[in-house]
Design a binder for this molecule. Sequence first.
Ligand code: NAD
Length: 335
Amino acid sequence: MNRDDLILITGAGGFIAGALVRYFHDKGFSRIRAVDKKPLPQWYQRTPGVECLCLDLSSEMACRAVAEGATEVYNLAADMGGMGFIEHNRIECLRSILINTHLIEAAWRAGAERYFYSSSACAYNTDLQKDPKVRALKESDAYPAMAERGYGWEKLMSEMFCQEYWAERGMKTFIARFHNVYGPLGTWDGGREKAPAALCRKVIEAKDTGRPEIEIWGDGTQTRSFMYIDDCTRGIDSITHCEELTATPINLGSSELVSINDLLSIVEGIGGVKLRRTYKLDAPRGVAGRNSDNTMIRRILGWEPSTPLKEGIARTYRWIEEQYRARKAGARVAS
Ligand code: NAD
């Protein structure tokens, strides 16, 4: 790719795409078009010199307009959130199919050379995730399909669009199945936040209010792996520029498995507190266990996400603490 080729990044007011915009900007790409349906003041970050547009990409016309002239398209726009959001908003999650359906067609019409789609580990068969002592999920475990209701099925269907645009129309598409991404400049409050950000915020709140207790969703034994945002942006770039991965879904996640109880202990350690834990057993908790099998990414890219959880969580905690303090002092902050 030339440094002045146009890169389109959708969902750029959100967490991962916002970081991806900065990543490509810092690599020296001079023409980046960033799009999100959120009003600009609510974006987590806006990189100077980048064209930022507020448009709803579930509309075909909007997709055609933004894809015009793009050499590469990165679709990270989706109506999503943590377990609480995706379990209670299945229709909204399914409706994200409109974004990818229109955007991939618009990218193809515009003659884009590469199209990236952000899929999810929620596309995997849930029957394989009933035990906290999980066998890590490998790429072939998505079929036979029994994806997470709503959100996971939308991901699986959109992956299929990507595969067919390559098979039938020859547009190079790339698909990463993200496993829980976390880091600064992402959702940390309001109902869409995921476990790492939620636990950081709850620990910060407990310290601030002087109430030494914390509520955990589920029994805390559920296990996950969490990938730091810098690994995610680097992985997206590497995957999208690897010919061998054309139209081939691949895991992009950490393989450092942790239970929610242990994740909380890490956060408590960073915050320097120990809280009394209560467990909300009827809260959305998702599958019992999930980890990323990184055999394929190691074989093909010779790399895998490797930021240690403790390091990444410490940076995330500090950022959320700044946001929390700023909001308490009356500043308007994106959450
Ligand atoms: P995010 O919610 O922070 O960002 C998504 C952005 O898409 C939001 O800013 C939202 O306003 C925007 N959007 C939603 N509908 C839109 C529309 N119709 N038109 C334009 N913009 C729209 O989420 P994120 O964590 O940055 O996730 C980015 C992508 O990665 C999503 O596809 C998500 O499903 C996928 N993913 C994320 C994770 C994770 O742990 N964060 C895990 C697996 C997959």
